[in-house]
Design a protein around this ligand. Structure first.
Ligand SMILES: C[S@@+](CC[C@H](N)C(=O)[O-])C[C@H]1O[C@@H](n2cnc3c(N)ncnc32)[C@H](O)[C@@H]1O
Length: 260
């Protein structure tokens, strides 16, 4: 370990974007399977993989970009420059933009808008969730689909938990330990990331992050989404979604596809 590990708490993903994929790969994440599990939500939308336009809102390191690419032309957006840099390294022919979902205005609309793996959970409260869902809704073409995966539905929350995952990364061992607990209407995750080099111990790193996420019931997600999407969408919850944590499904009821 380096002589003085940095005890500071860093903003989520600021310092750890380059470790994100390695840790989730070690946890057995299969993004192609995740997309396959939810593709029935858009498979009847009348588009083909050549014509469908897809927005991945909160694309992060681009974990889903290539799997989504099999279903259409994908645009990714995220607020984190560090995560977008990882997405760009995938060298796929996707368009990437940096934006906060609360200010999202791409002056464009899509047949399919997805926001996966708890992105909207990072919003501070229900009012912000309402604003972000409303912005996402405005990016959906008439007849299109909006899919938003909550971080965790409140009814599925289990008592405070600890988790640990470790993997090899080049000539180092990367680990992440997690403490999770419920704090009122939020889920708080404390991450401690460590990278230990085989030889140059002076390069070892310790990064602490606190992720604070909305912990709302499926009923609350439905309420906020119904209000935010203003009756222009049919809204429901798929209790499974890509990884069994549920999925908000909103299908646009507006006129004929392509009119906007
Ligand atoms: C858990 S990661 C999920 C990334 C990706 N969707 C995936 O499945 O791996 C959460 C992502 O949401 C992004 N994010 C959080 N709040 C955001 C906001 N208000 N606007 C845009 N992106 C946001 C973070 O930068 C991060 O990349």
């Amino acid at each position: 370990m380096s002589s003085s590990p940095d005890p500071t708490e860093h903003p989520p993903y600021d310092q750890t974007a380059e470790w994100y994929d390695a840790i989730y790969q070690a946890k057995g994440r299969d993004c192609a399977l995740e997309i396959q599990r939810i593709s029935h939500h858009w498979s009847g939308d009348g588009c083909t993989s050549e014509s469908r336009r897809i927005l991945d809102a909160g694309c992060g390191s681009g974990a889903h970009l290539s799997a989504l690419g099999a279903h259409g032309r994908v645009t990714g957006v995220d607020q984190s420059a560090a995560m977008l840099e990882m997405a760009a390294r995938r060298r796929a022919s996707h368009q990437l933009f940096q934006s906060d979902l609360l200010e999202l205005d791409l002056e464009d609309r899509f047949d399919l808008v997805v926001s996966l793996f708890g992105v909207c959970g990072y919003l501070a409260d229900r009012a912000q969730l309402h604003s972000a869902l409303s912005r996402l809704g405005r990016h959906v073409l008439p007849g299109g689909t909006l899919l938003v995966e909550p971080p965790l539905l409140a009814e599925n929350f289990q008592a405070p938990r600890r988790a640990y995952v470790e993997t090899r990364l080049g000539a180092s061992t990367l680990s992440r330990s997690t403490n999770s607990r419920r704090v009122g209407t939020h889920l708080e995750l404390e991450f401690e990331w460590r990278q230990r080099f085989d030889e140059a111990a002076s390069d070892d790193r310790l990064i602490r992050e606190r992720h604070r996420m909305l912990l709302l019931s499926s009923e609350a997600w439905l309420d906020v989404a119904t209000a935010a999407l203003g009756g222009r969408f049919e809204v429901r919850i798929d209790p499974e979604g890509p990884i069994g944590r549920g999925l908000l499904v909103a299908i646009s009821l507006d006129g004929v596809r392509g009119s906007g």
